[in-house]
Design a protein around this ligand. Structure first.
Ligand code: NAD
Ligand code: AHE
Ligand code: ZN
Length: 379
């Protein structure tokens, strides 16, 4: 079943802060334990831009970005048994090896399977080499184990979540990152209970997914915080009960939330901005005695969080989440089923659609405009 090299189009990020360029590349066949997929649709996540803009300490160039995609298996490498040619899959940057020896896969407490994390962070496949060559035959790095800004890509078998082939890949791709992360932060990482009070900082796709998850969990008060007031209309539609623009306050937003809007703070708060000052506000607006604050946003290289330890001494808990704590191969297919049976509506996240791999640059522009939640690029 192992095929020949494929020539196709891909967006190559040549250097930080430089627009990506469409190039003809060669995608080598999958090696043992790997799967080559045809990418049908890819949505842009803020993290792609963060790496493209040079803020990622693990950012390597030249590379092929992209990690929120819907794909069809084109060929499989030696030993691959869990997917076959023609299967529909969502590549997952948090893999799930399911080995009995993997303490992370065996624990219900975490989804952070480390099986291929080290090579993934170095832009390589698990055997330490790459599957992408440019037109001069030079190597191009992988990204987050996905590299879905290419018509074809190669991923590890343990990164493939096999989904219902009847699901629309142009929608289901969103479960590859942002939506799953926001929902899972609420349901898995924080386990928000009915009647909880919640504050969500940053109302992009991730923040909106947090609001949606909190509403589904039965939260009684959901405070949406953003410096862009245009975000509030959708926040309210999805369940926000209050909206706050911190720039219009004359006191710190955490004092406004814990003091004026609530007596002692919120039960749960979420940072969906990646700004370390916002992370501090989110922690400090959490309820004295038990408030939990969850970091979702990814901070730029060199940025660190701080607060007075007194905030923790007096019972607040600071935690974080990767991919919303979902075990990817087990849980993503279930999320897709829930979308198909109407239990999780995600249509409102797709604000823009573009065609062709080159449409990725229009998606980048759209995400920068502040009006975009998710731009889906259909290849
Ligand atoms: P986005 O750019 O669409 O949304 C960010 C929002 O934050 C915007 O609405 C912006 O106006 C708002 N914002 C910016 N500065 C603010 C401030 N000071 N106060 C309040 N709001 C502010 O991004 P996204 O795709 O929704 O991703 C959000 C963050 O989550 C990013 O940092 C991304 O890298 C990260 N992320 C993490 C995971 C994970 O697994 N932990 C997964 C996906 C995304
Ligand atoms: N490379 C960065 C870390 C980036 C990061 O934290 N990524 C999130 C996913 S963002 C998806 O949009 C994550 O899940 N991290 C866990 C992991 O294993 O990477 C850095 O700081 O080095
Ligand atoms: Zn992402």
């Amino acid at each position: 079943t192992v095929g020949l090299p494929i020539k196709c189009k891909a967006m190559v990020a040549r250097a930080p802060k430089v627009p990506m360029v469409e190039e003809e590349i060669t995608v080598m066949p999958p090696k043992a334990g790997e799967v080559r997929v045809k990418v049908i649709a890819n949505a842009l996540c803020h993290t792609d831009i963060y790496t493209l803009d040079g803020h990622d300490p693990e950012g390597l160039f030249p590379c092929i970005l992209g990690h929120e995609a819907g794909c069809i298996v084109e060929s499989i490498g030696e030993g691959v048994t869990s997917v076959k040619i023609g299967d529909h899959v969502i590549p997952c940057y948090t893999p799930q090896c399911c080995e009995t020896s993997c303490v992370f896969c065996q624990s219900p407490k975490s989804n952070l399977c480390p099986a291929i994390r080290s090579t993934q962070g170095q832009g390589l496949m698990p055997d330490g080499t790459v599957r992408f060559k440019d037109s001069e035959g030079k190597d191009i790095f992988h990204f987050m184990g996905c590299s879905t800004m290419s018509e074809y890509t190669v991923i590890a078998e343990i990164s493939c979540a096999k989904i219902n082939p009847k699901a629309d890949l142009k929608k289901a791709c969103l479960f590859g990152c942002g939506i799953s992360t926001g929902l899972g932060a609420v349901w898995n990482t924080c386990k928000v209970e009915t009647n909880s009070t919640v504050a969500v900082f940053g109302i992009g796709a991730v923040g909106l997914a947090v609001i949606q998850g909190a509403q589904m969990a039965g939260a009684s008060k959901i405070i949406a915080i953003d410096i862009n007031k245009d975000k509030f209309e959708m926040a309210k539609k999805l369940g926000a009960t209050d909206c706050v623009d911190p720039t219009s306050l004359d006191i710190p937003v955490q004092k406004h939330i814990a003091g004026i809007m609530t007596d002692w703070g919120v039960d749960y708060s979420f940072d969906c901005t990646g700004n370390v000052n916002v992370m501090r506000s989110a922690l400090e607006c959490a309820h004295r005695g038990w408030g939990v604050s969850c970091v979702i946003g990814v901070a730029a290289s060199g940025h660190e969080i701080s607060t007075r330890p007194f905030q923790l001494v007096t019972g607040r808990v600071w935690k974080g989440t990767a991919f919303g704590g979902f075990k990817s191969r087990t849980d993503v297919p279930k999320l897709v089923e829930r979308m198909m049976n109407g239990n999780i509506n995600i249509d409102h996240f797709i604000t823009h659609n573009f065609d062709g791999v080159l449409g990725t640059n229009q998606a980048v522009e759209a995400l920068h405009s502040g009006e975009c939640l998710r731009a889906v690029v259909n290849y």
